[in-house]
Design a protein. Structure first.
Length: 238
């Protein structure tokens, strides 16, 4: 059977194995620490290119990727979902994709999978939803027992930040400031830093009020782009 005659899902899986690199796999094993996953070692830009070419996959094919124990297949499936969100027409189509994503957050179980999917799949949808819906979805995820769902709630606010809507992120920082997981502390700092890139005054005002009660690593990440005096002032308070 020729490559062109095989089903798209089969072709994608075959390409993933052909494009895997042993040195990339070794690097990812160090930074991801997957538990029972198989890790192929495909670079993220390569995964994104594949996702663009296979964005026509059917929902059941994307589901098969997300249910795989091959880490790279789950990542590819999430990036396909993100590509489908980018080209979706109308709120109904986008809502269907978000429902699909939220029903499968148990498959989004490492930081790279969260960060590669939550802003585009969930965050862009939140931009057009009412405040009540936005609050309900983010509060539910932030209150989850799963650290990955809690990270999804934080990272999904990136498109809101880029639309100069900072309050959802500030609210999550206050709600999750005592979270036991360092991966949440880092995500909070990352989103605060993104706010500071757009509006340093808004970040400084927030930190003036809340820096002493935030995790030290959150403050360090949040202040990376501030001037040395402001950064030293906030880090000293932690």
């Amino acid at each position: 059977m020729t490559s062109s005659s095989r089903a798209p899902l089969e072709r994608l899986r075959s390409e993933l194995r052909e494009l895997a690199e042993p040195q990339v796999r070794a690097q990812l094993l160090r930074v991801l620490s997957p538990s029972d996953d198989e890790l192929l070692g495909v670079r993220v830009p390569v995964l994104r290119d594949l996702a663009r070419r296979y964005r026509g996959l059917r929902p059941e094919e994307v589901d098969a990727l997300l249910r795989s124990r091959v880490h790279d297949e789950r990542f590819a499936g999430l990036l396909v979902l993100a590509e489908q969100m980018r080209v979706a027409r109308g709120s109904g189509e986008r809502g269907t994709l978000v429902d699909f994503y939220l029903a499968r957050t148990d498959c989004v179980d490492n930081w790279d999978l969260v960060d590669g999917s939550a802003p585009v799949v969930l965050g862009t949808w939140l931009l057009e939803e009412s405040q009540d819906v936005l609050d309900e979805v983010l509060d539910r995820l932030a209150g989850s027992a799963s650290p990955w769902e809690r990270r999804i709630s934080v990272v999904a606010t990136l498109p809101l930040i880029r639309a100069d809507r900072y309050e959802p992120t500030f609210s999550l920082v206050k709600a999750l400031r005592q979270d036991p997981e360092p991966l949440i502390h880092k995500a909070l700092g990352w989103m605060l830093r993104e706010i500071g890139r757009r509006d340093a005054r808004a970040l400084v005002d927030f930190l003036d009020l809340h820096a002493p009660e935030l995790p030290r690593i959150t403050v360090r990440h949040a202040t990376e782009r501030l001037g040395p005096e402001d950064r030293a002032r906030f880090v000293r308070r932690r």
